[in-house]
Ligand binder design. Structure first.
Ligand SMILES: N[C@@H](CCC(=O)N[C@@H](CS)C(=O)NCC(=O)O)C(=O)O
Length: 278
C-alpha cells in the first residue's frame, strides 16, 4: 500500500468500502425489508445461489438423490445477494446471518431452519445416513476436514479472492498475505491427498463436498482467475482429486443449481424438479 492509514478513535460507517459487492456490505444485521420466502412442494426448501457455499449443499442433495433418497427432493429458490435479497424478513428469519445458503427442512411436524452450509451437510448426512461414517474414528476425521474447510475458506474468499479479484485496486500487502495463506492451505490439502483418495480417507464424504466448490474449483476452474498466480498445477494431488470429483454427475448437476450466469445452457436459476436440470 502506498499510504499509511491512521485509524480514528472510533470507526464510523460513513463511506462505501468500494469494490465489487460494496453495495451489500454493511455493519449491521437484521432485515431491511418485509418479504416472505416462497415455499414449494418438496420436503426440503433451499434458499441459495450457485456460489461455492451454495454449491456445497446442492452437490449433497444431488448425491443423495442419485442414491435413491426421495426424501432429499428439494426446491431451490434463488437469492440474489447482489440485490440484497438476503436481507428480507423471511430470509433473516431462517438465517439471522443473512448469507446464503439457508434451508428449511419441512419433513417433520415443525419446520426446521438451518443456516451455515456445514450444519446443513451434517444434518443431511445424519438424516439419510450417507457421506458421514458412523464409525467413531472415520466420523471424527470427516468432521475435522469439514471444519477445516469452514474455517479456511474465508481466507480464500474473503481474503485472497476479495483483494486479488474484487477490491477497487490491487494492493501488495493484503494480496501477499492472503496468497501466502492460500498456498499454505493448498499444501495442507496436497499433503493430505498424497496419502488418501479423499479428504477424510478412502470414503467420499461431506468434507469433499464442502471443499471441492472452493479449492477444487480454484485449481480446475476460473474462480478468481488465479491459477497461474498461485501455480495451482504444482499441487498435483489436489489437481487429481479436483478432476476426479468434477467428473461426478451429481457434482456437475449441483454446481448448476441457482446459477443465472455463465454458459446460458447450463444455468438452472431455480430447481423444483429433476427435469429442471436437463
Ligand atoms: N459460513 C457461511 C458463509 C456463507 C457466505 O459467506 N455466503 C455468501 C455467498 S458465498 C453470502 O451470502 N454473501 C452475502 C453477503 O455477505 O451479504 C456458510 O458456509 O454458509
Amino acid at each position: 500500500m502506498t499510504q499509511a492509514y491512521e485509524p480514528p478513535k472510533v470507526w464510523t460507517w460513513d463511506s462505501e468500502s468500494g469494490g465489487r459487492f460494496a453495495n451489500i456490505n454493511r455493519p449491521i444485521a437484521g432485515a431491511t425489508h418485509d418479504k416472505e420466502l416462497p415455499v414449494g412442494r418438496h420436503p426440503i426448501q433451499l434458499y441459495s445461489l450457485g456460489t461455492p457455499n451454495g454449491v456445497k449443499v446442492t452437490i449433497m442433495l444431488e448425491e443423495l438423490l442419485a442414491l435413491g433418497h426421495e426424501g432429499a427432493e428439494y426446491d431451490a429458490w434463488i437469492i440474489n445477494i447482489g440485490e440484497g435479497e438476503q436481507f428480507s424478513s423471511g430470509f433473516v428469519g431462517v438465517n439471522p446471518n443473512s448469507k446464503i445458503p439457508a434451508m428449511v427442512d419441512r419433513s417433520g411436524e415443525t419446520p426446521l431452519r438451518l443456516f451455515e452450509s456445514g450444519a446443513m451437510l451434517i444434518h443431511l448426512a445424519e438424516k439419510f445416513g450417507e457421506f458421514l461414517p458412523t464409525d467413531t474414528a472415520a466420523r471424527a476425521e470427516t468432521l475435522c476436514w469439514l471444519m477445516w474447510q469452514m474455517g479456511s475458506a474465508p481466507f480464500l474468499g474473503g481474503g485472497f479472492g476479495h483483494f486479488y479479484a474484487y477490491a477497487p485496486e490491487k494492493w501488495e500487502y493484503p494480496i501477499n498475505r492472503y496468497a501466502m495463506e492460500v498456498k499454505r492451505q493448498l499444501d495442507v490439502l496436497d499433503r493430505n491427498l498424497a496419502e488418501r483418495e479423499y479428504l477424510a480417507g478412502d470414503h467420499y464424504s461431506i468434507a469433499d463436498m464442502a471443499t471441492w466448490p472452493w479449492y477444487g474449483v480454484l485449481v480446475t476452474g476460473k474462480i478468481y482467475e488465479a491459477q497461474e498466480f498461485l501455480e495451482v498445477e504444482s499441487y498435483q494431488n489436489v489437481m487429481r482429486w479436483a478432476n476426479q470429483l468434477k467428473e461426478r454427475p451429481a457434482v456437475q448437476r449441483g454446481r448448476r443449481v441457482n446459477t443465472s450466469w455463465g454458459d446460458e445452457e447450463l444455468q438452472v436459476p431455480e430447481r423444483h424438479d429433476a427435469s429442471d436440470i436437463s
